[in-house]
Design a protein around this ligand. Sequence first.
Ligand SMILES: *[C@@H]1O[C@H](CO)[C@@H](O)[C@H](O)[C@H]1NC(C)=O
Ligand SMILES: *[C@@H]1O[C@H](CO)[C@@H](O)[C@H](O)[C@H]1NC(C)=O
Ligand SMILES: *[C@@H]1O[C@H](CO)[C@@H](O)[C@H](O)[C@H]1NC(C)=O
Ligand SMILES: *[C@@H]1O[C@H](CO)[C@@H](O)[C@H](O)[C@H]1NC(C)=O
Ligand SMILES: *[C@@H]1O[C@H](CO)[C@@H](O)[C@H](O)[C@H]1NC(C)=O
Ligand SMILES: *[C@@H]1O[C@H](CO)[C@@H](O)[C@H](O)[C@H]1NC(C)=O
Ligand SMILES: *[C@@H]1O[C@H](CO)[C@@H](O)[C@H](O)[C@H]1NC(C)=O
Length: 379
Amino acid sequence: MRRFYNKPLSFFITLLLFLVQFLMIPTTVSSSKLVPEDVSKLKSWVADNINEFNKRRANISQGIPRINLDMRLAKAEDMVKVITVAKDASLADYQTITDAINSIPLHNKQRTIIKISGGEYWEKITIECSKRFVTLYGDPVDMPKIVFNGTAEQYGTVYSATVAVESDYFMAVNVIFANSAPMPNVNITGAQAVAMRISGDKAAFHNCKFVGFQDTLCDDRGRHFFMNCYIRGTVDFIFGNGKSLYLNTTIESVAEGTGVITAQGRENVADNSGFTFIYCNITGIGNNTYLGRAWKERPRVVFAYTYMGHLINYEGWSTGKYPHRNETVYYGEYKCRGPGASSSRRVRYAKLLSDEEAKPFLSMNYIKGNKWLIPPPKF
Ligand SMILES: *[C@@H]1O[C@H](CO)[C@@H](O)[C@H](O)[C@H]1NC(C)=O
Ligand SMILES: *[C@@H]1O[C@H](CO)[C@@H](O)[C@H](O)[C@H]1NC(C)=O
Ligand SMILES: *[C@@H]1O[C@H](CO)[C@@H](O)[C@H](O)[C@H]1NC(C)=O
Ligand SMILES: *[C@@H]1O[C@H](CO)[C@@H](O)[C@H](O)[C@H]1NC(C)=O
Ligand SMILES: *[C@@H]1O[C@H](CO)[C@@H](O)[C@H](O)[C@H]1NC(C)=O
Ligand SMILES: *[C@@H]1O[C@H](CO)[C@@H](O)[C@H](O)[C@H]1NC(C)=O
Ligand SMILES: *[C@@H]1O[C@H](CO)[C@@H](O)[C@H](O)[C@H]1NC(C)=O
């Protein structure tokens, strides 16, 4: 009787002590810190945020307990492997990125950095879901370009991607992703052509370019971070049901007629997805590009501190063929500037966000970045 009673009791006391210990550790502050209103402080804000994971990891290794450390990621980062790709076989382990990816085992558990020399790589690549922790790292002064010309007609839109990533913890640095299929026109059907599809969770892109026309970047699902990137297209060229933060990224529309930047794919009330653009630069030709259209029932898109060129149609947003979606879209703008920024002629359902409304979109917490973002590798 005693034994039966005491054991669970002491167990619960120990558990309680542990919980108290954990709860007393202050939760990290930078995760909720808002992006600075002064752009000159952006660099250090980003640096602080992407160092948070490593600080937590260091604390753990010093025995300072810390809840919420992603142990799978911590272990992967403890054993980094680097393999190289170059056109010249004498300079690298592999001559194609496909071969380098093939060398990574299924159920991979270690960070594998594929260091790629400059040049054009004509390849169509899928990184399947069990190959986690892959980094594509391009030469910063001679960025490699991965290019193919798959189209919707041939593969279906989603499978037309030049590079498709289905695994978690992916990172790309200094890489150009391109789809070179011709620009759609009235005479071509099924010409949607994806350059990159990211379907894994916890992915980061630093200094990458996404080049295509219709449907360039398929931000399919999962949480993603884009920093200092460039995205070019015509229609729906950032689309999908991902939850992403785009920072300091140039968005260029080359649409000759009507252009559409985002076709965010949120459909159900329960879907926790959306695209947020902060300190971006929207540039390009024409005067008839929309910030977003209601491809799905409940898209959620916010532009903050973003420069919008003349190309943006003064209405800003479109419900396209679904006028009733004006009731379910969440299209927000906050402190944007430039000739295309919010005007009195915006559609009525566009929201000019208050400080309070903007808050959830303006910190790393939006993608829970402090739990998984890590600095890009240095060579
Ligand atoms: C933003 O991007 C520009 C290039 O477009 C770069 O010069 C600048 O350093 C970037 N800012 C930050 C905070 O990284
Ligand atoms: C690391 O531990 C120190 C000392 O307890 C604490 O002040 C700091 O907030 C911790 N940092 C993180 C990122 O956990
Ligand atoms: C893709 O490129 C190949 C080889 O250059 C060419 O034969 C094919 O017609 C192209 N397809 C499209 C859709 O442009
Ligand atoms: C479409 O095809 C017609 C008939 O061949 C041609 O006259 C026209 O220039 C084409 N349009 C485009 C945009 O290529
Ligand atoms: C936006 O990008 C265009 C094209 O790269 C550049 O000319 C322009 O100066 C940029 N504008 C801002 C406000 O950064
Ligand atoms: C766009 O420019 C064309 C030609 O300059 C003009 O006729 C048209 O009214 C403009 N449309 C908008 C939406 O400003
Ligand atoms: C949506 O459109 C309908 C019909 O034009 C209109 O009655 C309604 O007020 C609109 N709602 C919003 C939020 O703009």
